[in-house]
Write a new protein. Structure first.
Lengths: 389, 293
């Protein structure tokens, strides 16, 4: 789960990690109120969306007075912010972070992420702050210094010192850096984060070490342990169909093609998208309805796929396995007779009683296009789209 | 032979009294798996369906029934605890079906496994089957046939798809293993490849990978250096967009890394046959085996 920058900073504050003073605002008046409460000028007004590159897109501005805060907040709230991460359609700004401006001496990078190859969390720092770390990793990997965290011993003081030295910190900034990195790891562990990225991590002219930005993602599988963090989810940042799918415990990811797919199992769902493409079509979505594929999940899945106006045909691919195919078929017939749609539906069911299921589908008044294997299903779905153009 | 499970497997089911545990225990027994015990804390001393003795602790179950393998159907919040209990009791093979275990818990489990004599497959996996001998997990038994091809996969239903293609062509399987769809797996592809390498009853391997992580690249390196048996691979997720999790917790292209294209290139460089279409996995292996003769 992703959260906003202002929420990330709230989380860090709880763990005594230095962040600029500031607060969130959902309206112009609130923005002014936060700015005045800071008692200093200028202040920074930052658009809060779940995407990076906000500065270049015009989503981060300085304000020198109450009037400027009012003007900037008025412009930013409701604006469509386009960055390299939002895609051309952009994202609507619905909240702002107003905070004190830091006098920056240096911009650094600090991040913690799971290293899947070593099965350990890895702390990474770099003196190259303010640019994308992937770019640093690709071009100047020697400028990234890492520390792998032992799952039993945890993050050690020597590691914090090593990283702080690698960042070129000294004197008070070194002490502040060690405290910052230690606190950041404590926060990462405590909230079951899957990513904590501070870019830039800044050293101020008076030697403070502060998180100028904060990107914190949570492990979805651990949210049951953190109901307070779950409340930070901002549904308006997510694709509406994906939000609805998550309510039914379905995994849906919207794509740009026109062949809607509904599949049981994530691997088979990806493979189904791939084979549609291989036969000249474009998948409209990823949708995993889970292993069982009951009438209810099929119905919910079908409704979600149909929300996408680009869909021209639907491919249902269910490998029945332990679930009998005739049961799945009656579920599909029941579900689809409830949802009114004129789109061609290609169905491929495999497993026990697949032949009985195929007959049921063929004899149903709903005019299913029955496919007999995976390749046949992809070909028929792509052909069905072609026939409707 | 075969790997991990066979007719000597004496299976314990952790979470046997739950809905999923009960359903799949019935299926495993029907397949011929020797289910010797169940564990549900607080229900010790009872019998599951008047057939299988239930114990309060894994230690007790092992002591009284000689269980050497366990399958875990415990909900995600308690799964790590159940796995650690199985490791503590010295169970040799742990199959974790549970989906949704937090990564923080899995990191600890992985470390405990490394220090133990236990081996784990999963979590978030369909399990392990040695056709005709033992089924430990949730896969449909009937699609499998005894034979000499090993199957390893990060997926569930896509594995069934591949296995059916093999069986339809008369290519039986020595053992089929779903290593799981999470970011950290108890056993990696390479761990399982090592077992297949040493197994005289496995002549070829089908490897089914997907986007995310670098396990396929590591397999390619291992196969190139150490593995002489023919391998056919398929990688799911060529059309998956970056930065999005595709159902499995581990199926995500992060920071531009973990794409299908990179994995396919690494496998091909190692001389592995990669099927372009998921519908051609069986046919590709069939061709490779024919050429070998």
């Amino acid at each position: 789960m992703k959260i906003h920058e202002h929420q990330g900073k709230e989380v860090l504050r709880r763990f005594d990690v230095a962040v600029p003073r500031g607060g969130v605002a959902f309206s112009v008046d609130e923005a002014v109120k936060v700015a005045l409460s800071l008692g200093t000028w200028p202040v920074v007004v930052k658009a809060q969306i779940h995407a990076g590159g906000r500065g270049k897109g015009g989503g981060i501005k300085l304000a020198n007075s109450e009037a400027e805060v009012r003007e900037l907040a008025g412009k930013m709230l409701g604006m469509n912010l386009v960055t390299h991460q939002t895609g051309p359609q952009g994202k609507m700004v619905q909240r702002l972070l107003v905070e004190e401006r830091m006098a920056i001496a240096r911009e650094l990078y600090a991040g913690i992420v799971l290293d899947r190859a070593t099965f350990r969390n890895t702390f990474m720092v770099s003196t190259e702050g303010g640019v994308e770390i992937e770019k640093v990793a690709a071009e100047t990997p020697e400028k990234i210094v890492k520390a792998a965290i032992d799952p039993v011993a945890g993050f050690q003081p020597f590691q914090a010192r090593k990283l702080a030295f690698a960042l070129g910190l000294s004197g008070d900034a070194f002490k502040a850096g060690v405290k910052f990195l230690t606190g950041l790891y404590r926060a990462y562990e405590a909230v079951d984060a899957s990513l904590a990225e501070i870019n830039p991590l800044v050293v101020t002219k008076d030697g403070k070490v502060v998180a100028l930005d904060a990107k914190i993602n949570f492990d979805d599988n651990a949210l049951f342990r953190h109901p307070d963090l779950g409340e930070m989810r901002d549904l308006s940042e997510e694709e509406p169909a994906e939000v609805e799918a998550s309510k039914y415990d379905l995994n849906y990811v919207k794509l740009n093609g026109n062949v809607g797919c509904m599949v049981n199992g994530a691997g088979l769902a990806m493979a189904t998208m791939d084979i549609i493409k291989l036969h000249g079509g474009e998948p409209a979505n990823f949708l995993d309805v889970g292993g069982g594929a009951s009438a209810e999940t099929v119905e919910n899945g079908f409704r979600i796929v149909l929300q996408d106006p680009n869909v021209r045909a639907i491919l249902i691919n269910i490998f029945g396995g332990i679930v009998r195919c005739d049961r799945v078929a009656s579920g599909v017939i029941e579900a689809i007779s409830k949802v009114k749609s004129n789109l061609p539906v290609v169905v491929r069911l495999e497993g026990t009683n697949a032949d009985v299921a195929a007959k049921m589908l063929e004899e149903s008044p709903l005019k299913f296009i029955v496919a007999h294997d995976l390749a046949d299903a992809a070909k028929k779905a792509v052909a069905a789209v072609g026939a409707r153009k | 032979m075969s790997i991990l499970v066979n007719s000597e497997t004496r299976l314990l089911v952790q979470g046997i009294t739950g809905g999923e545990g009960t359903f799949h225990t019935e299926q495993m027994i029907e397949y011929g798996t020797k289910v010797v015990a169940g564990v549900t804390p607080g229900k010790g001393g009872t019998k599951w369906q008047d057939k299988v003795p239930v114990f309060n602790t894994v230690e007790q179950a092992v002591r009284e029934t000689g269980a050497n393998t366990t399958v875990i159907f415990v909900p995600p919040a308690f799964a790590a605890d159940a796995i650690l209990e199985a490791i503590d009791a010295g169970i040799a093979v742990i199959v974790t079906v549970t989906e949704g275990i937090p990564v923080k818990d899995t990191i600890v489990v992985k470390e405990a496994l490394n220090r133990s004599g236990s081996r784990m497959v999963g979590g978030n996996c369909p399990g392990v089957i040695t056709p005709g001998q033992a089924k430990v997990g949730i896969m449909p038994g009937f699609i499998h046939q005894p034979g000499r091809c090993g199957v390893i996969s990060r997926s569930g239903t896509l594995t069934y798809e591949a296995v059916k293609q093999l069986s339809d062509r008369g290519i039986g399987q020595s053992t089929c293993i779903g290593i799981g769809g999470d970011a950290i797996n108890g056993s990696t592809f390479v761990d399982i490849l090592k077992l297949f390498n040493a197994d005289p009853d496995t002549d070829s391997v089908v490897l089914i990978g997907e986007i995310g992580g670098t396990a396929e690249e590591a397999s390619a390196d291992y196969i190139k250096a150490n593995f002489a048996k023919p391998v056919v691979a398929f990688i799911a997720g060529r059309t998956a967009p970056p930065g999005r999790r595709m159902g499995h917790a581990g199926a995500i292209i992060a920071g531009g890394k973990g794409t299908a294209a990179e994995k396919i290139a690494a496998l091909k460089t190692a001389g592995i046959h990669v099927a372009d279409s998921p519908a051609d996995i069986g046919a590709t292996l069939e061709q490779v085996l024919k050429k070998g003769k």
